[in-house]
Design a protein around this ligand. Structure first.
Ligand code: FA5
Length: 428
């Protein structure tokens, strides 16, 4: 089918839009027509027009950003801001402002490409030097501020590693307790039994049964704490109460013999009381360890061997013991026992160049009393002295602890200061 004809005036070119007539100079080209209809393309074209392009007639002196004084000014402003940055956060902002993509020097750098070739080298050198100076200043300031921060953190976040990590530290067992248990272990390993007795004791067990006569000085109130009996009136003389705080662990010998048939081998550590003044080597409440062996055929040799074994176990090999004649009513013969000083091993004797505080340069340390059980004691306990014999010793635990750990003052053991006790806490 034939299309309806459209009137076309050749003098007006080809205009497709019906009813509008344009002069030839007003007719847009096909390309312009296309681009003007697309906003993105329009923006691209505008950018292309604005972008600097090589231009032979372009004079760098006239480009504001590349003027030497402008570059120097931008550099100086950057250097001043860097120097003024007080911390790393401030320096980060300074870096963005003076060395970032939109910084004056970065923008100037971009302009270089637009310069004519003969002008690029000098402008490039100038901008490059300025940017280099800023970069170096930034690096140096960064290092300074990091060092300052590290120093501050070290002070502010310092941890005192000497402070106790645990505010409720576990307690330590008292060294007297651990030493007593250690002594028990030595004898339990040899077949001894651990025996106990009361601390508030009948006078008979504490004195009479041990052959301590009624007029013995130890039985006076100057030496012994007497305890008023439950039924005693106020007018009763305390010394007649018949009840005492035991003055030694020897009454356990009697209790053990009354309780058992021979052979008897007992060890008895425990607390005892005397009216002694508290000083560096005495306390009114202290501890002893008592040993009693009753069997057929026991002699002083057995006693000496037993003591030597104990000394070896507690203080180490090679320390001799000696016995000095003494007197105890419940042993016959009786002796005081000394051991070779475990610190100087006797070498301080007559040797002023090597004094020993532990034994006062005497070479020997006194442990306590010992002897063969008096036949009268055996008889009082119903044991036939013709058939059985026995030996016994009683040593002071506080004194042993002093020797073993170089404790100079016995009062430290009773004052309850944990600084004294804690170092012993590692002993089990
Ligand atoms: C006695 O007590 C005897 N029962 C020991 C004994 C047992 C001898 C068995 C024979 C057979 P003496 O009074 O010497 O002995 O005391 C023994 C030890 O107790 C002393 O060597 C000393 O180490 C210690 N001792 C005595 N008095 C005190 C005190 N006030 N403070 C600390 N320790 C003391």
């Amino acid at each position: 089918m034939a299309r309806p004809s459209r009137a076309v005036d050749s003098t007006f070119g080809t205009c497709e839009r019906p009813g509008i007539r344009l002069r030839p100079d007003e007719v847009p080209s096909a390309e312009a027509e296309r681009e003007s209809s697309q906003p993105k393309a329009r923006a691209n074209r505008k950018a292309r027009e604005e972008m600097s392009a090589p231009n032979k007639s372009y004079d760098p002196v006239e480009v504001e950003a590349l003027k030497p004084e402008e570059i120097d000014r931008a550099r100086d402003a950057a250097l001043a801001a860097i120097a003024a940055a007080g911390d790393l956060e401030a320096l980060r902002e300074v870096k963005a402002a003076h060395a970032g993509d939109r910084s004056p020097l970065a923008l100037a750098n971009r302009e270089i490409g637009a310069l004519p070739p003969h002008a690029r080298a000098e402008a490039g050198k100038r901008v490059g030097q300025a940017r280099g100076a800023v970069g170096q200043a930034l690096k140096k300031r960064q290092e300074e501020l990091e060092a300052e921060r590290d120093e501050r953190v070290l002070v502010e976040e310092a941890v005192d590693v000497t402070l106790p990590y645990d505010r409720v530290p576990a307690g330590a067992r008292h060294p007297l307790t651990t030493l007593m248990e250690r002594i028990e272990d030595v004898f339990v390993a040899m077949g001894y039994e651990v025996a106990e007795g009361p601390e508030v004791e009948a006078e008979w067990f504490n004195f009479d049964a041990l052959n301590i006569a009624p007029d013995h000085p130890a039985r006076t109130m100057q030496d012994t704490f007497f305890v008023r009996g439950a039924e005693d009136g106020e007018d009763r003389d305390l010394a007649d109460s018949g009840v005492v705080l035991r003055t030694h662990t020897s009454p356990v010998q009697i209790r053990s013999l009354l309780d058992r048939e021979p052979p008897v081998y007992v060890i008895c550590p425990g607390r005892v009381y005397r009216t002694d003044e508290l000083d560096a080597t005495h306390t009114p409440v202290f501890h002893q360890v008592e040993l009693l062996a009753v069997d057929e055929g026991l002699t002083m040799t057995d006693l000496k061997g037993t003591i030597e074994h104990m000394v070896r176990s507690l203080f180490g090999e090679g320390l001799g013991t000696r016995m000095r004649p003494s007197y105890f009513p419940f042993t016959e013969p009786s002796a005081e026992v000394d051991m070779v000083c475990f610190v100087c091993r006797g070498e301080s004797v007559g040797n002023p160049d090597r004094p020993c505080r532990t034994c006062s340069s005497e070479g020997w340390i006194e442990l306590g009393g010992c002897g063969m059980v008096n036949p009268r004691v055996l008889t009082a306990c119903g044991v036939d002295p013709e058939r059985y014999s026995g030996f016994a010793f009683g040593f002071g635990i506080e004194r042993m602890l002093m020797f073993r750990h170089n404790v100079e003052d016995m009062r430290d053991m009773v004052e309850g200061d944990v600084r004294f006790t804690r170092p012993f806490g590692m002993e089990i």
